[in-house]
Write a protein that binds this ligand. Structure first.
Ligand code: ADP
Ligand code: MG
Length: 495
């Protein structure tokens, strides 16, 4: 507690922190809290799980007077995050009895009108905040603290214009705090336009890399679900599991089939009603649900303690998302396992992960023999989505082998695209390997992905050094219909 006290935190807030059982400030808290207390502008590079809420919350709460109007506005990318931040702030502000209100879309406006009248602190998503601004149902004239939480994510989600409009409508005399895992040009521009001599700090996330193990399985498309089921059903450690998919439809389908096969699973994505999402997430927090199947957006920033495994059912297209996903486990000194299930259509994205994160050790895991499970597509209740996905498209997104065998190895013997024999071909990713604008000759020979070997494969392996047969299989993969691919109907939305 002394270390918190040294940062200049009020006794009231210190006692709330003590009640929460925090013994020491995290790195970002150590660096940010004194700056926030001094009312300086701040740009903080800080990942999910690093303890940002208290990092900005402690100082802000200290400066807020109950009943003196809306004094702090916190913008967050998703409804769940807004909800979570406001719950945390309420706990930190318990002794001051501040009124903290969360404001987001997808729920009725009416209760928000009256709540906004009484709020000392508002935590909201940009779209709905702007909506209230246009209706003149939010009064920003007293705002003294503005926080952009997970700013990179907010911009990724297309909120740049909304954020700019909100920032420009807040009083000039105020403190602006910007937290982001990555600092892009847009974020620099925002800070140049709206911040005054900001202090720059950054902190490493709470995830402990030595506690994190990452593996991948090669599996043919039609057997991917069976492998997932097998791994979950044979997991003896227990614990909470997050399963990431790239589209709403895939979330629905995976969750449905897990449930059908007796696994306690729930899906969350942006197409579900707010109540359903909140119920699901709180069920997960209380340990009722053992597997949460989710899209990146729905999961982003949710603080779910005790996630033992992260499964990537689809590999994200954006390697930053991969980092966010794995940040869900191995928190606070606990062990964590990340399991990547790679079928043909994931190879390109996985290649990007491996290329961008040469520091990650992602080991190839021996494919178990799995019993094939028949699956069916979810009825299409990814909201706003008119079309369901046919069973064959779920099972056969990249089908390449025949059906009929009941028990089979999950990995076809034919292709092992993440490996190469000693002295294999060039390590560059050729131009035919679409999707990447990176210069292929930037990659040094033999760099990139290495498995540790000793797991049934060649001892030295490198991603990206594929022979021509592999390139062929990629292009044919692209021409097939994909699950969670590029079609623009909302079933493929990523939130
Ligand atoms: P972020 O916003 O960076 O994702 P949060 O503020 O949600 O991180 O905090 C992540 C988790 O860490 C929460 O469960 C929170 O209660 C916990 N936490 C925050 N600060 C501390 C601390 N100083 N000591 C222990 N746990 C902490
Ligand atoms: Mg947060």
């Amino acid at each position: 507690m002394n270390k918190f006290r040294q940062l200049g935190i009020d006794e009231d807030i210190l006692s709330s922190i003590e009640n929460l059982g925090f013994s020491e400030p995290t790195e970002i808290q150590q660096k940010a809290i004194p700056v926030v207390i001094q009312k300086k502008d701040l740009i903080a590079g800080s990942a999910t799980g690093s303890g940002k809420t208290l990092a900005f919350g402690a100082g802000i709460i200290q400066h807020i007077r109950k009943g003196a109007g809306l004094q702090a506005l916190i913008l967050a990318p998703t409804r769940e995050l807004a909800e979570q931040i406001s719950e945390s702030l309420k706990t930190f502000a318990k002794h001051k009895k501040l009124t903290v209100v969360s404001i987001y879309g997808g729920v009725s406006l009416n209760p928000q009108f009256s709540a906004l009248q009484k709020a000392d602190i508002v935590v909201g998503t940009p779209g709905r905040i702007l909506d209230h601004m246009q209706r003149e149902t939010i009064n920003l004239t007293k705002v003294k603290h503005l926080v952009l939480d997970e700013a990179d994510r907010m911009l990724d989600m297309g909120f740049l214009d909304d954020v700019r409009r909100i920032m420009s409508q807040c009083p000039k005399e105020k403190q602006t705090l910007l937290f982001s895992a990555t600092i892009s040009q847009d974020i620099r521009d925002l800070s140049r336009n709206f911040m005054i001599e900001p202090v720059n700090i950054s902190a490493t996330p709470m995830v402990d890399p030595s506690k994190l193990k990452q593996v991948y399985y090669q599996v043919s498309g039609p057997l991917k679900f069976s492998l997932l089921y097998h791994l979950l059903a044979n997991d003896t450690k227990g614990g909470l599991v997050m399963i990431f998919c790239n589209s709403r439809q895939m979330v629905e389908t995976v969750a449905k089939n897990l449930k059908k096969n007796g696994i306690d699973a729930m899906g969350v994505h942006g197409g579900l009603s707010q109540n359903r999402r909140s119920d699901t997430v709180s069920g997960f927090n209380k340990g009722k649900i053992t597997a949460l199947v989710c899209t990146d957006v729905a999961a982003r920033g949710l603080d779910i303690p005790g996630v033992s495994h992260v499964y990537n059912y689809d590999i994200p297209n954006d390697t930053k998302q991969y980092v966010h996903r794995i940040g869900r486990t191995a928190r606070a000194g606990k062990d964590g396992l990340v399991v990547n299930l790679l079928s043909q259509r994931d190879h390109e994205n996985f290649g990007k992960v491996v290329y961008d994160h040469k520091d990650f050790k992602i080991e190839r895991a021996d494919p178990p023999v799995v019993k094939r499970i028949e699956t069916s597509a979810a009825s299409s209740n990814a909201r706003g989505n008119g079309r369901g996905m046919s069973r064959s498209s779920f099972r056969g997104g990249d089908r390449q082998d025949g059906r009929g065998r009941d028990r089979m190895r999950t990995q076809g013997e034919r292709s092992r695209p993440f490996e190469r024999r000693e002295g294999g071909s060039s390590a560059s990713r050729g131009p035919s390997h679409g999707g990447s604008s990176r210069s292929s000759d930037a990659r040094p020979q033999g760099s990139g992905f290495r498995s540790r070997g000793g797991q049934g494969g060649p001892s030295r392996s490198s991603f990206g050094s594929r022979g021509s047969s592999d390139n062929r299989s990629h292009s044919s993969d692209r021409s097939r219909p994909r699950m969670g691919g590029n079609r623009s109907n909302s079933s493929n939305r990523r939130d």
